[in-house]
Ligand binder design. Structure first.
Ligand code: THU
Length: 130
């Protein structure tokens, strides 16, 4: 699976976005170590803080099915149907990714790819508590 294909899967996942408040559709596509893709979208709530981001939806879907080895995640977000501007993962999603992914986890955006460590260089992990 190429980064482009993974990004296109994220754009497609954004179709299911439930975002009546922000009108900002986000999709994520999470590539597992064995080549499977779990997708997710943002799911908003009238009690705004209960909103779940697309990335966390994808991670929770995978983990709830027993899958915890990930290679890459693509994220696509748009308020107008144009997904060409990069939609960077929020801090909460980065922290959730950090629980299951190493520094080299690939994050694919519309403008290229990055590493988890690019976004979260001094992340809080299990090691931090030793
Ligand atoms: N959102 C995501 O789904 N992922 C992110 O990383 C950033 C923000 C969603 C949450 C909310 O539904 C909308 O985008 C606007 O913040």
């Amino acid at each position: 699976m190429t980064n482009g294909e993974l990004f296109n899967a994220a754009v497609k996942a954004a179709e299911n976005s439930y975002s009546p408040y922000s009108h900002f559709k986000v999709g994520a596509a999470l590539l597992t170590a064995d080549g499977k893709v779990y997708t997710g979208c943002n799911i908003e709530n009238a009690s705004y803080s209960l909103t779940n981001c697309a990335e966390r939806t994808a991670v929770f879907k995978a983990v709830s099915e027993g899958v915890k080895d990930f290679k890459a995640i693509a994220v696509a977000g748009s308020g107008n149907g144009d997904f060409s501007r990069p939609c960077t993962p929020c801090g909460a999603c980065l922290q959730v990714l950090s629980e299951f992914c190493g520094d080299d986890m690939v994050i694919v955006l519309s403008n290229g790819w990055y590493r988890l460590a690019d976004f979260l260089p001094m992340r809080f992990t299990e090691e931090s508590m030793k």
